[in-house]
Design a protein around this ligand. Structure first.
Ligand SMILES: C[S@@+](CC[C@H](N)C(=O)[O-])C[C@H]1O[C@@H](n2cnc3c(N)ncnc32)[C@H](O)[C@@H]1O
Ligand SMILES: [Zn+2]
Length: 179
């Protein structure tokens, strides 16, 4: 049996997280992300249910992994400690799908005591519902996939510009009204 390289501990980012119990070299397989294999239709139903709960409680915990076109993996089962791995914009782990099983690997060398993170890979849709508190220097403020972060930065820049321009537009119309 492979050596246990992690422990569960309170996280500064959110709730609990997994932490390295020793130095972990890059490329090491750390843990399997296990769960219940479910059809996409059931997966969508559960996601909507959680969204509804999140709207009421302000807290939404999503544990679903995309396996393939037909199947997803719901990691919200008691014997899946990997479900506690938090997201970071500067992740040190990656989730790899190996013939329908998900394994978490060290993406870089990880020092003893460091928290483990991977990229949750969320799409840009509803990004405002997923603020990121990873605290990384490169944090984009929301939990979105690495591939979408450049686009998100542009969206946020435009939003900020629009907000900054609004009061000016009001002042102009106020002047017109005086004249
Ligand atoms: C699969 S759980 C991760 C484990 C979680 N910390 C716990 O104690 O249950 C996923 C949830 O953790 C929270 N989370 C994970 N990474 C986060 C981050 N970088 N910033 C803010 N919340 C995060 C979000 O609420 C997300 O829906
Ligand atoms: Zn972040």
């Amino acid at each position: 049996m492979a050596k246990k390289l992690w422990k569960l501990k309170k996280s500064k980012i959110h709730g609990s997280g997994l932490y390295a119990t020793e130095d972990i070299p890059k490329g090491t397989r750390i843990i399997e992300y296990i769960g219940e294999k479910i059809r996409k239709k059931e997966s969508l139903r559960r996601c909507l249910e959680w969204e509804e709960k999140a709207r009421k409680s302000g807290e939404g915990l999503v544990y679903i992994f995309d396996l393939d076109k037909k199947w997803d993996l719901d990691g919200n089962v008691p014997d899946n400690p990997a479900k506690y791995i938090n997201h970071s914009c500067e992740e040190n782990c990656e989730a790899v799908n190996e013939e329908g099983r998900i394994f978490i690997y060290a993406k870089k060398s990880i020092s003893k005591g460091q928290e483990l993170y991977f990229d949750y890979g969320y799409s840009l849709e509803h990004f405002l519902d997923h603020p990121c508190r990873c605290g990384a220097e490169k944090c984009v403020g929301y939990i979105v996939a690495k591939s979408s972060r450049k686009k998100l930065k542009t969206i946020l820049r435009k939003k900020a510009q629009k907000k900054a321009e609004k009061p000016k537009a009001k002042k102009k119309s106020a002047k017109k009204a005086k004249a």
